[in-house]
Write a protein that binds this ligand. Structure first.
Ligand SMILES: *Cc1c(COP(=O)(O)O)cnc(C)c1O
Length: 436
């Protein structure tokens, strides 16, 4: 296996694209080495520009739930593409996709499409501020909601008044309106409401956190957010950009809120709903969403929003995401998780396999990870070793210890065998570096 072509592309890219990539994690900075440039991906297999093949456990960070280049999705997109890529005018597939989402998620009555999850979150926050006439947003450390200014604040360190931006270029005045508390911390949540409830426009959370590695929501935590926001006249923004239509027919809400009888006021979706095309959505009650222009006074727009290609890719993907699809995904996730965990146990490597629906990740640490502070205690070097051994043996994992792994329906028996062989080798490699 050589990487000469990837290396050549990476060198060229670094001269014209900052860091050589269009999104930072792709640069392999946290694991080291040369990012692989992808030539194609079909089913469960990613092929790079040097002709190496990998079993895909990233799935384009979630959307390729059916596997890459699923024939039905490709056919649907191809036939729409022949009729132009974008009209800048309303079209049928966006209506059908919105109907499909409304049908699946009980509390959702309206859907407005955007091009990215970041935009969907930005709009959700704007609606919440308009509706409540308040500015303060509460978020949880380690939850990722895209790269809008107000959301790049995570350095709470438990000090609820100290909002430090995560990135330069964010005005302190913007950061000041975002309060960060530890994930899953019931008393921090109750305290922030009793101290500042009258200022809080919304609480935003990942439905199940999967951007600090996978962290399982404590029982009743989302329900508590729902109850507190209601009591204090704030809104509940459930960020399902990753979990939406990935973990069940009705997303995380379908596993949790539907049974516990709570609803969020606003939902954000992305990833799966575009089937790999740039598409996301802000959704929720008519009361909230109808505040958007042209009906209401909250402005939001997008030249390419709801375009026929993206909405067709998403619609066709969702039409193939049936109850049986999620059974297959759950089974595949369980299979991969247990193969990897068994290999690590056999090699004597301490780790945590953490699972939320069919999302999971492996932390190299001795104790369960419940929040961001604990996630940061994992051995990221051990992950880097594991990652590179897996890659060399033909398995494509997320190039960061703080990301979820994603299975698709396309994984085959042969893929599981490749994963098993690779993970034994990788586990032994981690064990020997730990022994040094
Ligand atoms: C990926 C993600 C986003 C951001 O979506 P983009 O399309 O990358 O802007 C927001 N929230 C969550 C939970 C995500 O996983």
């Amino acid at each position: 296996m050589n990487n000469l072509n990837s290396e050549a592309f990476f060198n060229r890219a670094q001269k014209v694209i900052p860091g050589g990539v269009s999104s930072p994690v792709r640069a392999f900075k946290s694991v080291g080495g040369i990012p692989r440039y992808v030539a194609k991906a079909i089913g469960s297999t990613v092929s790079d520009v040097d002709g190496n093949n990998y079993v895909d456990l990233v799935g384009a960070w979630g959307p390729m739930i059916l596997g890459h280049a699923h024939p039905a999705v490709v056919d649907a997109v191809r036939s729409v593409a022949e009729k132009s890529f974008s009209y800048g005018a309303p079209c049928a597939p966006e209506v059908e996709l919105a109907e499909e989402i409304v049908k699946r998620v009980g509390p959702v009555e309206r859907v407005r499409f955007t091009n990215s999850g970041t935009e969907a979150v930005m709009t959700a926050i704007r609606i919440a501020r308009a509706k409540t006439g308040r500015n303060t947003i509460v978020k949880f450390a380690g939850c990722y909601h895209g790269h809008a200014d107000a959301m790049l604040v995570a350095a709470g360190s438990g000090a609820i008044t100290l909002s430090m931006p995560d990135s330069q270029g964010i005005p302190q005045s913007v950061a000041d309106d975002t309060l960060v508390i530890p994930y899953g911390d019931v008393s921090a949540l109750q305290e922030i409401f009793s101290a500042k409830g009258h200022l809080i426009a919304a609480v935003i959370t990942e439905a199940a956190p999967a951007n600090m590695g996978v962290v399982v929501p404590p029982a009743g935590f989302n329900a508590l957010i729902s109850q507190l926001t209601k009591t204090y006249g704030a809104l509940f923004i459930l960020d399902e950009v990753m979990t939406g239509f990935r973990v069940s027919v009705a997303g995380w809400w379908g596993l949790d809120g539907k049974n516990e009888n709570w609803a969020a006021d606003l939902f954000t979706f992305g990833k799966v709903i575009g089937g790999g095309m740039p598409l996301a959505a802000v959704a929720g009650s008519a009361e909230c969403l109808d505040l958007l222009s042209p009906l209401g006074s909250v402005y939001q727009a997008g030249t390419l929003s709801g375009n026929p290609i993206a909405t067709t890719a998403g619609l066709t993907t969702l039409q193939h995401c049936t109850t049986e699809t999620y059974e297959t995904l759950n089974k595949n996730a369980q299979e991969v998780g247990s193969i990897v965990s068994r290999s690590l146990f056999a090699a004597g490597v301490s780790h945590q396999l953490q699972t939320a629906g069919n999302l999971f990740s492996v932390f190299f640490t001795e104790n369960p990870v419940l929040n961001f502070a604990q996630a940061k205690l994992q051995n990221a070097n051990a992950y880097a070793t594991f990652f590179h051994e897996m890659l060399a043996a033909g398995v494509w994992l997320p190039p960061s210890a703080f990301e979820s792994w994603f299975v698709s329906c396309a994984l085959t028996h042969d893929d599981f065998e490749i994963i098993e062989k690779a993970s034994k080798q990788a586990a032994n490699a981690v064990a020997s570096t730990l022994a040094e």
